[in-house]
Design a protein around this ligand. Sequence first.
Ligand code: ZN
Length: 143
Amino acid sequence: MNHPVSNFIVSYFYWVFLAILVLNLLQRKYRQKAQRKRGATLYVAIFVFVFYIYAYGIIQLGLSEWFLLVYLAVVGLLVGFYPQTFLPFRLRCASCSKTLSFDRFFYSDDNLCEQCARAASETESTAEADESDDREHPEDPER
Ligand SMILES: [Zn+2]
């Protein structure tokens, strides 16, 4: 039996898997900011690797290539049910819909553009300052 698609997958998907792992390592630099996206690239790498093994198995067992669709259907269902886990990437800012730069797209879990992220961190830090102010008041002898 001919396996054109499976042969293609076996020839190239191992390298795709390695390439995604390299991207995953790049995300390490931004550990805190990109935790969710780093998890997602790892899951995608695993999907690709298992697809590679699966295609290899289909060739070895002489099965029909239609079985590839079974795998894709399972992955499709998983991604459909857990989009935040497997595909948290957005091309546009979650707040103002501006197209995100690659850095924000790939390294930042909040999916905000530079401007919105700066605005968000400013309100966050003023909120923190207010909080610590409140905590200091009772111990302040001047008041
Ligand atoms: Zn924005």
